[in-house]
Design a binder for this molecule. Structure first.
Ligand code: FAD
Length: 294
């Protein structure tokens, strides 16, 4: 199918883009990499009269190191982020998740901001961003808002962004020394949206786990942070971590849905298994020692 006719706007400044959204409001859609929006347009699941292409807003394509961490421009592509040393060093969980997003051609066009604004609970980046407590920066006719990840993902494909707001960047705090991260997932084919995914970022200091962040994809209507497991693992020496208990604590509280591809029970079980694996690998990367079951 072909999209319905729409007016394509290609603003060259953020102010111009915001003015277009302010003018056309509900009848407009923002276009970033187009890897989700174009299929939606083609299937006529989205029928905007105006499309505002952010492709010429070069200021949204930069990755900046700040004193506290990293500011990723919303229009930074997955491929750019994957190749970035700053991302590898300052956002290791994000770096670990990026190669799992789709295929290389999708990663060449799809953007970090597009994924987060789209808010798919099966997607890698929203879950990672949620676990990292990143802050989304949104600009609109009423000014700039900073939205914490815990408030940003509201429902399945629903975020706290207003229709006339543009996600301009994402602030990620720099982790302490002694941090390691890992991501993995189970899918039907490589490059497909995963059935379940898990990511962990672990910081070890003075012989104990002082910070742990665990992201799960595909098991809820919003990107999931496994706080029960995080609580169980925090304050424990790496050698004493009970990953089975952490996995079971997570299985006890999640309520995934079943579908054509996997039952709810399968998703629940796999989430626990993947959680154990990513925490073990993250600990190994944080300490330089393999984790042995307690
Ligand atoms: C074959 C295929 C496989 C895929 N597999 C995966 C996968 O495994 N994991 C995964 O995470 N994704 C996957 N995707 C989706 C892909 O990651 C998309 O790139 C991503 O979801 C959206 O990013 P985009 O830059 O293409 O945004 P677009 O498609 O341009 O936009 C997506 C939505 O976000 C809004 N939007 C975009 N940018 C902004 C902004 N800055 N401010 C406000 N609103 C904005 C748009 O209006 C639209 O509603 C796949 C896509 C394809 C085609």
């Amino acid at each position: 199918m072909k999209p319905i006719d729409f007016h394509l706007h290609r603003p060259t400044t953020l102010a111009e883009a915001i003015a277009l959204l302010a003018e056309h409001g509900d009848d407009a859609k923002v276009l970033a990499g187009g890897q989700s929006l174009l299929p939606l347009l083609n299937f006529r699941l989205a029928r905007p009269e105006h499309v505002v292409d952010l492709g010429r807003l070069t200021t949204l394509r930069t990755t900046r190191r700040t004193t506290d961490g990293l500011t990723l421009g919303a229009m930074v592509t997955y491929a750019r982020a994957e190749a970035s040393r700053a991302v590898a060093e300052d956002a290791p969980l994000l770096a670990a998740a990026l190669p799992f997003v789709a295929h290389k051609p999708v990663r060449a066009r799809g953007t970090v901001g597009g994924s987060i604004a789209h808010g798919d609970p099966a997607a890698e980046l929203p879950a990672v961003i949620r676990a990292l407590d990143a802050v989304m920066v949104a600009a609109g006719p009423r000014g700039v808002r900073r939205i914490p990840a815990a408030e940003f993902f509201v429902g399945n494909l629903v975020t706290a962004l207003e229709v006339d707001e543009i996600l301009t960047g994402i602030d990620v705090a720099r982790p302490a020394r002694g941090t390691g991260a890992a991501f993995t997932e189970v899918g039907r084919r490589q490059g497909d949206f995963a059935l379940v995914g898990a990511g962990a970022q672990v910081t070890v200091a003075d012989g104990v786990v002082v910070d742990v962040r665990i992201a799960l994809t595909g098991i809820a209507g919003v990107p999931h942070r496994a706080t029960e497991a995080e609580t169980l693992l925090t304050g424990v020496p790496p050698a004493d971590l009970d990953l089975d208990a952490a996995a079971d604590a997570t299985r006890a509280v999640i309520a995934p849905s079943g579908d054509l591809h996997a039952t709810a029970d399968y998703r629940r079980d796999v989430a626990g298994v993947l959680l154990g694996r990513v925490v073990a690998t993250a600990v190994e990367r944080a300490t330089g020692h393999a984790h042995r079951a307690a």
